[in-house]
Design a protein around this ligand. Structure first.
Ligand code: NAD
Ligand code: MLT
Length: 310
């Protein structure tokens, strides 16, 4: 069977597919008409977040059995179109969870202690010690929006650093939140108003798009916002304005409404906003995990075995 891979995945995943006897074609820059051409005789398509797997792609891919997403978010895949064409969509929901959680913790420290800003000043020859007075996380409150896999791992790590936890997630029980030492509230504004640091861990869905806007940032007054989930959940214009005006103290973002390179995002110009280019899952371990898990899903689909769908 032919497997087309259009975003880079780790070698162990590609090796696993070849060992199983499948033909693997990697084409990491392909898009538009060239993608439609490339996918026309593929039996499987493997992507990360860089390929837009639109309805047109499914229409062009008459031999397609499965789309494998080497990662968690499937917001770049038209799931309705996949269903209409009888194509399986499988993600790798576990392999990069710890990497994403660790990155969230790193971003929290980065913004609370102005690490990138201080680093830049010192590398530029300035000893700006007197200009940076950070916020200690110990005894502060962390507001977690979405207590799923990543949110839970973040909860464990920041709980161990002495933070109190408050959670907004309408789809979990109080008992579940309590297992992580967190108070569950049924109002997003309440979670944000109690938080010194708020961190977003929901999928990007019609329901969550723009869920953190001007009114929500006003509730977080004086706190920090972290988004290592998906661009589009946070209104970037509202956030830039809120940080600029001092309504919130700062923000750290790993994902943007426009990727790659959110060149038009006002956030890139705000000093107290720390940014990374969607690095949450970029560890060797996470990339090996998701590549192998995705390869296994593709092989199972080819063999007619059950596949856990996204
Ligand atoms: P998950 O599905 O395990 O958890 C999502 C949680 O959000 C669930 O508990 C769900 O109940 C909750 N939720 C859904 N709608 C909500 C709403 N309206 N309000 C509050 N909570 C809501 O997902 P996950 O694996 O924890 O991933 C979380 C996010 O992190 C996803 O957007 C994923 O794509 C992203 N992610 C990013 C990176 C990265 O590289 N930056 C890496 C991994 C995951
Ligand atoms: C994910 O949803 O898993 C992330 O986008 C990670 C990635 O593939 O970069």
């Amino acid at each position: 069977m032919k497997v087309l891979v259009t975003d880079p995945i780790a070698d162990p995943g590609l090796d696993r597919l070849r060992e199983a006897g499948h033909e693997v074609e990697t084409d990491y820059d392909v898009e538009g008409e060239a993608l439609l051409d490339a996918v026309s005789d593929a039996n499987a398509l493997i992507v990360r977040s860089g390929t837009d797997v639109s309805r047109e792609v499914f229409e062009a891919a008459s031999e397609l059995v499965i789309v494998g997403r080497a990662g968690i978010g499937v917001d770049n895949i038209d799931i309705d179109a996949a269903t209409d064409h009888g194509v399986i969509v499988a993600n790798a929901p576990e392999g990069n969870v710890r990497a994403a959680a660790e990155h969230t913790v790193a971003m929290t420290f980065a913004v609370a202690r102005s690490i990138p800003q201080a680093h830049g000043r010192l590398k530029g020859g300035e000893w700006a010690k007197g200009e940076f007075l950070g916020t200690e996380l110990n005894n502060k409150t962390l507001g977690i929006v979405g207590l799923g896999r990543v949110g839970q791992e973040v909860a464990k790590r920041l709980d161990s650093l002495g933070m109190d936890l408050v959670v907004y997630d309408p789809y979990i029980s109080e008992e579940r939140a309590a297992q992580f030492g967190a108070d569950l509230v049924d109002d997003l504004h309440e979670a944000l108003s109690r938080a010194d640091v708020a961190t977003v861990h929901t999928p990007l869905l019609p329901e969550t798009e723009g869920m953190i806007g001007e009114d929500e940032l006003a509730q977080l007054e004086g706190g920090y916002l972290i988004n290592c989930a998906r661009g589009g959940i946070v209104d970037e214009d509202a956030l830039a304005e809120a940080v600029d005006d001092g309504v919130v103290a700062g923000a750290a973002l790993d994902s943007f409404a426009e990727e790659p390179l959110p060149a038009d995002s006002p956030l890139l110009d705000v000093e107290d906003v720390v940014v990374t280019p969607h690095l949450g899952a970029s560890t060797e371990a996470a990339q090996e995990n998701v590549a192998v898990d995705t390869a296994e899903a593709v092989i199972a689909a080819f063999d007619g075995e059950p596949v856990l769908t996204a």
